[in-house]
Design a binder for this molecule. Structure first.
Ligand code: HEM
Length: 537
């Protein structure tokens, strides 16, 4: 169930039209599907006042120049449930009926979808009137458990935090990349290349998502937060990872702003995760990245922040740094392993890049790939971008700051209202057959042309400025994107250099779990079995 359906469900408890005439008893049992076991809901009937109902529905009257409105027959919930079942199909259907721009009433919100990617640049450049942070500043603190940063209690915190994102790029990216390489190698050696691990042509079996998760979670953690002063690895990482997975499975519910107290053990689990980052614990870690060090310094400036609030900020960054990267690793590995001919091309490319630096790879030795070497891996990058295209379903959201006429191109404008949401849903573009021939098919060289990165993609005969958007857009674009791509490259290089890899026979194809539609890289609906053995090189 997608987070928007959940949002509708949550709002449904708050403002169900049925509740107007049929008061809901205070204890209600709801859908086991979403694990909201027993909700103790106190319905605030004053919220159901006529005034609120009236103002809500009066929003439905269109003003001149506004896009067509799709309301749905269920008051308030509108189209949220239908959208949540299959967002892509829903948007495609309405695009055919209403054209490139339409407003959908969902869970009491008015969301204007701009479907034509040729119009994206004009939306993205409207930073002042279309704001991203209004949405994220509300949702992120509730989800991760820290006080809102824009409440006036923490002057300049938001700017300082945004400035710290620079430490994920430029020269710092080189340092992060080197550190990640060392950490991946350490884990691979200790856990997968040790005595008896797949040696002498023996195949070992594993679950692919589990494998990616285990390696990438710990390597990213060590790279970002560092390691204990006295040991190369933290004890208890697998417990941390399991708690993280439990929290992560509730992520769509939390983003839908379901109060955490209603989600069974999630609050306890979140607190456990937060406690991991308490300042007295982090002060015992060494090799912490500049990015995390800087964030700690910023947080230390605010006396009103409790230790647990500071820890919650660090926990939020843990989610940002692994929540999408791990599923992205999975899909990149899955598509390569399920296309052996593509995998061979990429493997050869990695060996070629190593040879250019006069490195002869041998599985007895540790391998290092510098940032410059990673940049040369065109086929690998294309494979990763293609996997991101096929698996990402992030929604770019902007909140309208004032009533104004939004210019879309030389001929067109639409009227938008303060408080409405403008949404871009790049998955529709990623799956558009006019832009991407056979969009459901994985093509290794989709992003390569004449031996260089391909950047020419067209719609209606016009070149697109934005054609691949797994990392969002404009001012809210993911600051960790370069590091993420490098990490995924490093992971795949190691897999392909050290191991032969095969899918176990007799499995159906991996499919996307759409419960996170709108929130980033989708997870696989079920894990995939594969086998690996050390390569004889
Ligand atoms: C494949 C991996 C990743 C994907 C697909 C991804 C995607 C995204 C997206 C879609 C956003 C929101 C942008 C928007 O709504 O316009 C975002 C924000 C963010 N990402 Fe990533 N991300 C990835 C990896 C990372 C990594 C590795 C880090 C950090 C090390 C990171 C740090 C962040 C942060 C801090 C934000 C919030 C930015 C802000 O508040 O302005 N991400 N990411």
């Amino acid at each position: 169930m997608s987070w928007l359906r959940l949002l509708a469900r949550r709002e449904c408890f708050r403002l169900s039209p049925a509740a107007v005439t049929h008061p809901i008893p205070p204890d209600i049992t709801v859908c086991s599907e979403c694990e909201l076991q027993t909700l103790v809901v106190s319905i605030h009937f004053q919220e159901l006042s006529f005034v609120k109902q009236f103002s809500l529905f009066s929003l439905g009257c269109r003003r001149e120049g506004e896009p067509p409105l799709i309301n749905g027959w269920i008051p308030y919930i509108g189209k949220a449930l239908e959208f949540g079942q299959d967002a892509n199909r829903f948007l495609d259907k309405h695009k055919r009926k209403f054209g490139d721009i339409f407003t959908v009433q969902m869970a009491g919100k008015y969301m204007t979808f701009v479907m034509d990617p040729l119009l994206f640049p004009n939306i993205i450049k409207h930073g002042r009137q279309l704001d991203f942070h209004e949405f994220s500043n509300k949702v992120a603190p509730m989800t991760f458990g820290y006080p809102p940063t824009n409440s006036g209690k923490f002057p300049h915190m938001q700017e300082q935090i945004s400035r710290s994102f620079q430490l994920l790029q430029g020269d710092n990216l080189t340092v992060l990349t080197e550190s990640m390489m060392g950490n991946l190698m350490l884990l691979l050696r200790q856990d997968y290349l040790g005595e008896g691990a797949g040696r002498e042509g023996c195949w070992r079996k594993s679950r692919m998502y589990e494998f990616c998760n285990s390696l990438m979670f710990e390597a990213t953690f060590l790279t970002m937060y560092g390691r204990p002063v006295t040991a190369p690895r933290h004890s208890g990482t697998s417990d941390l990872r399991e708690d993280f997975a439990r929290f992560d499975s509730m992520f769509p519910l939390l983003i839908a702003q379901i109060p955490i107290g209603l989600l069974r053990r999630t609050k306890t689990i979140r607190q456990k995760l937060i406690n991991y980052f308490l300042p007295h614990r982090m002060s015992c870690w060494s090799h912490t990245s500049q990015f995390i060090k800087r964030r700690s310094e910023v947080l230390e400036q605010y006396d009103t922040l409790r230790d647990t609030d500071k820890a919650a900020h660090h926990f939020a960054i843990l989610w940002a740094s692994v929540g999408n990267t791990i599923p992205a690793c999975f899909w990149s590995m899955y598509y390569l392993v399920s296309h052996p001919e593509a995998l061979e091309v990429v493997r050869q490319e990695i060996h070629d890049v190593l040879k250019l630096s006069e490195v002869e790879f041998s599985s007895d030795r540790d391998v290092t790939l510098s940032r410059e070497q990673l940049d040369k891996l065109l086929f690998l990058e294309s494979a990763i971008n293609e996997s991101l295209r096929l698996s990402s379903a992030s929604m770019n959201i902007r909140v309208v700051q004032e009533d104004f006429s939004l210019r879309l191109n030389a001929e067109r404008s639409v009227a938008v209202r303060k408080g409405d949401i403008i949404a871009l849903y790049p998955q529709s573009m990623h799956m558009d057959p006019e832009i991407y021939e056979e969009p459901q098919t994985f093509r290794l060289d989709r992003y390569i042309q004449d031996g260089r990165e391909k950047t020419d993609f067209f719609k209606d005969g016009q070149k697109l400025k934005y054609y691949l958007m797994p990392f969002g857009s404009g001012s809210s674009m993911c600051p960790g994107r370069y590091f993420a791509i490098n990490e995924i490259k490093q992971f795949l290089c190691m897999m392909l250099l050290y191991f032969d890899l095969q899918l176990e026979a007799g499995q159906s194809r991996a499919t996307l779990d759409s419960s996170r539609a709108g929130l980033g890289i989708l997870l696989p609906a079920q894990d995939v079995s594969f086998r690996y053995r050390l390569r004889a090189v």
